[in-house]
Design a protein around this ligand. Sequence first.
Ligand SMILES: NC(=O)c1ccc[n+]([C@@H]2O[C@H](COP(=O)([O-])OP(=O)(O)OC[C@H]3O[C@@H](n4cnc5c(N)ncnc54)[C@H](OP(=O)(O)O)[C@@H]3O)[C@@H](O)[C@H]2O)c1
Length: 281
Amino acid sequence: VSPRILQFGVTGQLASELLRQKGDLDIAALSRPEADLADPAACADVVRGTRPDVVIIAAAYTAVDQAESETDLAFRINAEAPGAIAAACTDVGAALIHISTDYVFDGDKGAPYAEDDATNPINVYGASKLAGEAAVLAACDRALVIRASWVVSAHGKNFVKTMLRIASESRPLKVVADQFGRPTSAQDLAAFILAQVRSPSPRFGLVHFANAGETSWHGFAEEILGRPVDRSATADWPAPAKRPLRGTLDTTRLETQFGVTPRPWQAALADILHDLKEVQA
Ligand SMILES: NC(=O)c1ccc[n+]([C@@H]2O[C@H](COP(=O)([O-])OP(=O)(O)OC[C@H]3O[C@@H](n4cnc5c(N)ncnc54)[C@H](OP(=O)(O)O)[C@@H]3O)[C@@H](O)[C@H]2O)c1
């Protein structure tokens, strides 16, 4: 029998990819008006009322700079709500898949981060997501928390679409060359999540997921546009939230324990660019 899946989020990058790839899976997805994560108790009530087999939290407060001035709201959405949903999952015997971020790290390690490395968020968004991980793992034994980084797709707001828009407007472009990480295709992340949902022996705990290969935002921009781009430094762009300079995720656990080898980020990007061309055609 196909599991009954309850998904928080409809419109976001990951949420749309999950729905696009769900095939014959029975996913009931709730948009913000149907289940507002700013009301954690109401979200938990939906889980208790519908008694799904699996819950996927594909929505989050993702406005990194805005979070600096909306700390309470960011924590309610990214920490309290996932914690309340996780407790409800335990009550009804549901498994839970939740998404976190490389921004739980400060980026100062000098090497890629493994799951058990010390966390030390340097902005409110990262702190709220870290609190969410802890709340989920404390409240639900059957929870998988997946840390992703630099999520991009053909839908929604993201770096790929921003670079293409700036280039199409022929505006001058300078991109930060001193922040490093691993792009994550929402398409590939969604495929991994749905494979876990379908698996007869799903795994729980904490795992990193990102496409293979490290780059800077500048290197990413050059690959997106297929031409040289001017460089800038993080210090040239004063922003409310600090960013980790190298929060690169190590995916050894993904490869050895989950048997998943992510494809290079360039291959994932090629799919996104192809999808975007089809939309324009
Ligand atoms: N984007 C990244 O670079 C990145 C990097 C690492 C990890 N992650 C994590 O990956 C996951 C998926 O991110 P994403 O890139 O798909 O996010 P996204 O494209 O920014 O979409 C966020 C989604 O959350 C929904 N949402 C926001 N506030 C809500 C609320 N109060 N109640 C219910 N829904 C709400 C939004 O709905 P509306 O359309 O109504 O606003 C939207 O569907 C998140 O957990 C995020 O923290 C993202």
